[in-house]
Design a protein around this ligand. Structure first.
Ligand code: SOE
Length: 399
């Protein structure tokens, strides 16, 4: 059961330098603040410095999030002795440069997903991570949904054989914030900044979850992609790419759908879109195996549905066999012993808090946290294969 506490003052500090202060900066900051109160951590995270290009905006964010100071050039963070970890919360186009420089400067790195904008960048990052690891410097990519307790439990059930040999994975991640054609052309809609659209932003999460839950990699894909609204108003009303009407071209996908094969031969389907009207942040994943099935829906984050197919042949019998709803709030469930009594539910932000906990424990133990940059690279390879397949009308593409 939860007991708010703070680390004893002699606990060594882990100075955090964060680059970027928008949505993910806010989510990560709150996790760094909360984790040491919920969990007994061997290192005491200190929000040392926040970095952003706009000094006034960065100062305002630093005050709101609780950082001790600000910098406007991320390179300055690498010079500081009071920073041991760089938390990269910027758009994908700067992940590789910042992360590689930070690792080479001996700083641990937490980098937001997707790891990079291209496979070449992700390879360079994984290589830098391997070099740094030999010197005791750790790195992790922020696939936060691995830290949903229900999904961590799902992985345990699959690993212990309760689902049996996996036959199918079905995954979808649906949002609707682009359904309005008047939504402006932000960085997420520009390939040079974001790498891809729904594919990298949302598809990356479900690809990583498929790898994480099944313990298998995707070996081949066939995909299609669409950009439904190819031209959008520029955020400030003018700027590069302006055609006179203050609009610019969308250079990423709005939606993707792909089928895939896992290493074992299991079949998988994936959908990622920002055009599913009414779906705000709808992530669903289902795994079907020889002995049972699991389904998870982010809108019911504290629940896991489990069908033990051996029930129908065993004691339960076919009349009452079927899916059961597990309320994943028991102290024995992953991460839950730090929180509230059973039934007192957790939220989306806890995934980031759990991510911080796991990263800090790994750094202290001298262990390699997962998902590593090498794991992020595996996701990146799948994203690239989907793009390549979609560019050839869905041609089967090996990963
Ligand atoms: C996009 O809308 C987004 O913020 C993603 O970038 C996050 O990774 C996802 O968790 C929520 O949606």
């Amino acid at each position: 059961m939860a007991r708010p506490h703070t680390a004893p003052p002699q606990t060594p500090a882990l100075g955090v330098g964060m680059v970027g202060y928008a949505f993910m900066g806010a989510a990560h900051s709150q996790a760094w603040r909360t984790a040491p109160h919920a969990f007994d951590l061997p290192l005491r995270p200190v929000l040392t410095v926040l970095c952003g290009r706009d000094r006034a905006a960065t100062e305002a964010a630093a005050q709101r999030y609780g950082f001790g100071g600000v910098e406007t050039d991320w390179r300055a963070l690498l010079e500081r002795d009071d920073v041991q970890l760089i938390d990269v919360c910027t758009p994908g186009d700067s992940h590789a440069e910042i992360s590689i420089a930070a690792l080479e400067a001996g700083k641990h790195v937490l980098c937001e997903k997707p790891l990079a904008n291209t496979v070449a960048e992700a390879e360079a990052m994984a290589a830098a991570a391997a070099r740094a690891q030999a010197l005791g410097v750790r790195s992790m990519v922020g696939f936060n949904y691995r830290r949903v307790p229900a999904l961590a439990l799902a992985r345990e059930l699959i690993a212990s054989g309760r689902v049996g040999e996996i036959r199918h994975v079905r995954a979808s991640y649906l949002q609707d914030w682009l359904a309005d054609p008047a939504f402006p052309l932000t960085w997420r809609l520009q390939k040079e900044h974001a790498g891809s659209g729904a594919l990298g932003d949302l598809g990356a999460h479900v690809v990583d979850l498929a790898h994480y839950l099944t313990g298998q990699l995707i070996s081949g894909v066939s995909g299609v992609a669409a950009t439904f609204v190819p031209e959008r108003p520029l955020p400030g009303g003018s700027g590069p790419g302006t055609t006179g009407a203050a609009t610019g071209r969308v250079t990423v996908d709005d939606a993707v759908a792909f089928t895939a094969r896992l290493e074992s031969g299991a079949l998988a389907t994936f959908e990622a879109t920002r055009f599913a009207s009414g779906r705000k942040n709808a992530l669903r994943i289902e795994v079907y195996g020889a002995h049972g099935s699991l389904t998870f829906d982010l809108e019911r984050l504290n629940e896991l549905e489990f069908c033990d197919n051996t029930d129908s042949a065993g004691s339960t019998g076919p009349a009452t066999a079927g899916f059961r709803r597990i309320l994943v709030t028991e102290p024995g469930h992953p991460y839950l012993s730090a929180w509230w009594p059973p039934g007192h539910v957790l939220g989306w932000e806890h995934t980031f808090t759990h991510q911080v906990r796991d990263l800090v424990l790994a750094i202290d133990k001298g262990a390699d946290p997962e998902p590593s940059f090498a794991t992020g690279l595996q996701v990146q390879r799948v994203l690239q294969a989907v793009s390549a397949s979609a560019a050839q009308d869905g041609r089967w593409t090996r990963v």
